[in-house]
Design a protein around this ligand. Structure first.
Ligand SMILES: *[C@@H]1O[C@H](CO)[C@@H](O)[C@H](O)[C@H]1NC(C)=O
Ligand SMILES: *[C@@H]1O[C@H](CO)[C@@H](O)[C@H](O)[C@H]1NC(C)=O
Ligand SMILES: *[C@@H]1O[C@H](CO)[C@@H](O)[C@H](O)[C@H]1NC(C)=O
Length: 437
């Protein structure tokens, strides 16, 4: 399923809706035209007293055809050319690609949608939605180079491959690009950085490798999904410059520590997944600035040190996963006091103690502390293992400044009645990005 079913549905329907509106508007225009020509047909007597009576047999109005953009006019030819690059079509999608007229393309061809862009009068090929079509092709550049008016290009779950054309930079309306779950390999397709109005970029589940350009984090995107590729590099230092709301770097080979610049994303970042990389170092205190964050997931890395008390400022956080790292010390009570917490996953670390609030969360199964070094908790590591770790890996995380918010008074939190148990954990956009679309 898509990460944003409702959004995608909207965009899927949009072209149809707009086409519908377009036709309705045409009809309206014709209607108005008829209405306004009637009085004009009877001229005022003083202007021209002896005019011949109006011609009884009016010439029929010219057929009111929509204006067609150049790219739509050539669409059938371009699509035929693209079709010749398809080596497998198990769902027989291309069987619907018959007819040579632009209107055939707009109304019959599966995957192609027409609409009139804002501020224009001509109908054009405005979006391509091949999601789940399972087409095998190396030729999508034929589409990207010829359909220069597209706003959406959704092509998840095909077997598309090959380099992405630099001419993608010419797609001035392109707003959403979803190439997830395909066979793209090699370097990050740097050309997408030049797409001026891009807002949604989904490249997850490919075989992209090497470096993610730092410019990516300067682009004004809302969604950036690059999880499940083979990127190998330090976490970009300018990560926090990105204004994205949803960011998934999970299941790659990112190394180094989480940049303290992440605090710069405090007004935008809602969900971030660093899950299953090779991150090391201490958790930066600046994570506590992320006042919009509902999901923070850095599980399955090699992070060390304590959880900064600043995490107690993540007042919107629902999912906080730091499981499978090398974190130590006491689990901060302020974290267990976070008001929206649904799942605090800290298993398989080296934590050594919990206070009464965290104890309550363990009982409610919100907090998972299995596989740690906490005396008295079930399913802990052996004493030997804990002792060995404490002696072998001294950790010096910087002593953090005072937290960026006023932390709750824990005594009061302890007295407060527990919030009602939630029967299910809502699925979040970034977590659904971890599954193949
Ligand atoms: C489509 O784009 C390719 C590459 O730019 C070009 O060679 C080809 O002539 C175009 N096809 C049509 C039918 O316009
Ligand atoms: C397309 O990709 C899927 C998933 O990797 C694979 O199972 C399938 O065999 C591929 N199809 C072809 C025709 O290559
Ligand atoms: C809590 O989060 C962890 C890590 O993401 C996940 O493995 C676990 O299934 C979640 N638990 C619940 C009850 O959703």
């Amino acid at each position: 399923m898509s990460a944003f079913p409702s959004l995608k549905l909207l965009f899927l329907l949009l072209p149809l809706l707009l086409l519908g509106c377009f036709l309705a508007a045409e009809a309206l225009e014709i209607g108005i035209g008829i209405g306004s020509t009637e009085p004009a047909a009877a001229p005022a007597p003083d202007e021209c007293g002896d005019c011949p009576p109006p011609e009884p047999e009016c010439p029929p109005p010219p057929p009111h055809l929509p204006l067609i953009s150049d790219s739509l006019a050539r669409a059938a030819t371009v699509i035929r050319r693209f079709r010749s690059t398809i080596t497998d079509d198990p769902k027989s999608i291309t069987k619907t690609w018959v007819g040579d007229s632009p209107m055939d393309v707009c109304t019959k061809y599966r995957g192609f949608f027409c609409e009139t862009p804002p501020e224009r009068k001509d109908l054009t090929l405005a979006s391509i939605d091949f999601n789940g079509f399972s087409l095998v092709s190396y030729g999508i550049n034929v589409l990207l180079e010829n359909f220069t008016d597209i706003a959406l290009f959704h092509a998840n779950s095909n077997n598309f491959s090959g380099p992405i054309t630099p001419k993608i930079a010419n797609l001035r309306y392109l707003f959403e690009l979803d190439l997830s779950n395909n066979k793209f390999s090699g370097e990050f397709p740097a050309a997408v950085l030049q797409v001026k109005n891009l807002d949604f970029l989904d490249l997850r589940f490919n075989k992209l490798s090497g470096f993610v350009p730092r410019e990516l984090f300067l682009k004004p995107l809302t969604v950036l999904f690059i999880n499940n590729n083979v990127f190998k590099q330090m976490v970009p230092k300018n990560l926090g410059s990105s204004p994205v709301r949803f960011l998934t770097l999970a299941n790659n080979g990112f190394t180094g520590s989480i940049s303290s610049s992440i605090g710069d994303a405090k007004n935008t970042l809602e969900e971030v997944l660093f899950l299953n990389n090779k991150l090391s170092g201490c958790l930066p205190y600046e994570i506590g600035f992320l006042q919009k964050a509902t999901v923070f997931d850095a599980g399955g890395n090699s992070l060390v040190g304590e959880i900064p008390v600043s995490f107690g400022c993540l007042t919107k956080v629902e999912q906080l996963n730091l499981a499978r790292n090398k974190l130590t010390g006491e689990i901060p009570e302020v974290v267990c006091a976070l008001p929206r917490l649904l799942n605090l996953s800290l298993s398989d670390n080296y934590f050594t103690s919990v206070g009464p609030l965290c104890q309550k969360l363990i009982e409610k199964k919100v907090l998972d502390v299995r596989g740690n070094c906490i005396p008295g908790c079930p399913s802990q590591r052996s004493q030997q293992e804990c002792y060995k770790f404490q002696c072998s890996e001294p950790v010096n995380c910087p002593c953090p400044p005072t937290p960026p918010c006023k932390l709750p008074l824990l005594q009061l939190a302890l007295l407060a009645p527990p919030p009602p148990a939630l029967s299910h954990v809502p699925s979040k956009a970034s977590y659904s990005a971890l599954h193949r679309p």
